[in-house]
Design a protein around this ligand. Sequence first.
Ligand code: AMP
Length: 421
Amino acid sequence: MITFNELNLQPQIHEAIKMKGYENPTPIQAQAIPELLVGKDLLGIAQTGSGKTAAFSLPIINHLALNPKKLEAKSPRVLILTPTRELATQIDGSIKTYSQGMNLRTKVIFGGVGATPQVNALRSGLDIVVATPGRLVDLMGSKDIKLDQVEIFVLDEADRMLDMGFIHDVKKMIARLPKNKQTLLFSATMPRDIEDLAKGLLKNPKKVEVTPESTTVEKITQTMNYLKKDNKVALLTKIIQEQDITSALVFTRTKHGADRVVRMLEKESIKAAAIHGNKSQNNRERALRKFREGEIKILVATDIAARGIDVSHISHVINYNLPEDPKSYVHRIGRTARAGREGFAISFCDEQEMNHVHTIEKHIRKKITVDTEQPFHEELTFSPRPVRGRDGRRGKGKAKAKPKKKLSMSKKARRRRSFKG
Ligand code: AMP
């Protein structure tokens, strides 16, 4: 395994790493840092918790230390774009820690607070700007920031950016960056839109992919509950009321689903909050704070919104809906059993989710224990998707379903339509 000493970083940076107490680079750091130090672009498939902040911050700090330059007003040398204020603050804090004693000028730029201190900092010249898209685009519009001197650009949590509807702002901003720069893109998942974005943005990038360690999964007690969809709220309520839950993260498939679960729980006098891409930043931060401080025990989230949550005391992860992608199952349940604690992962599966169980069990190479004692238990069995026979009945019939006849407009109808204009 590669050690920090083998990474060609400046001595002050090694000092800061030591002070922080890091012994060895995390896998993403070990793979990404050597490539970034020689100026390569990077496509990092990783999520919060992997150590990705240091993976990009350390080479950036190293570059700035080796290449001092007189700062120009309004023109930062490094731009880090991240979806939320919370992440921007975290990244800025990490950079300050890793660059102690180096006098780097960094600033966070996000909305919801007055712009004047940000504008003033930009005027006096900055090495690094850590920004969220909305305020950055505003400051581009008012000409308070220029991006033509950016030497390194980091697009962090690209998939979450997309989920939060920022993609338009991101593209607008990318168009203002100089051609000649080093670019790093991080995303936990690679939906088509991000893949396209990466293709246009990165030049011959080094691809680094890290998945959460499966060992964490082994520490978690996993159970599966087969039941009818309509009984899910009742079982969730029962589990929350009867089990010793310190705090639980409940996953739903959709944003609306998350809101609905919260409403249902509140009807049962259970305090809960939802976080997802449709909630305002303030709203999400408030919910997270309450969850972290134990004021609410139940947080309901979608996969992407849950990604930035770094809460160490989650006792239960409840899959109200099963994820289609088995990797998401591992990501989700890895939220519990942190820091050596015990963890429980409880999954609900209705008749339409049976095939997900199959792929999840294949992925984790383990059968999940079924709780047949719970009051809503249904005997559901996995059967491959039914094929409809020629006669329309379910079965393995070889005959393919008749292709639907293409509906084409008659000449007469077309003429009628063209008259209407
Ligand atoms: P991140 O994925 O960047 O949010 O980092 C997750 C956590 O891992 C943070 O609390 C970091 O301080 C910590 N961390 C980052 N790199 C290392 C390392 N090499 N060794 C131990 N902890 C680390």
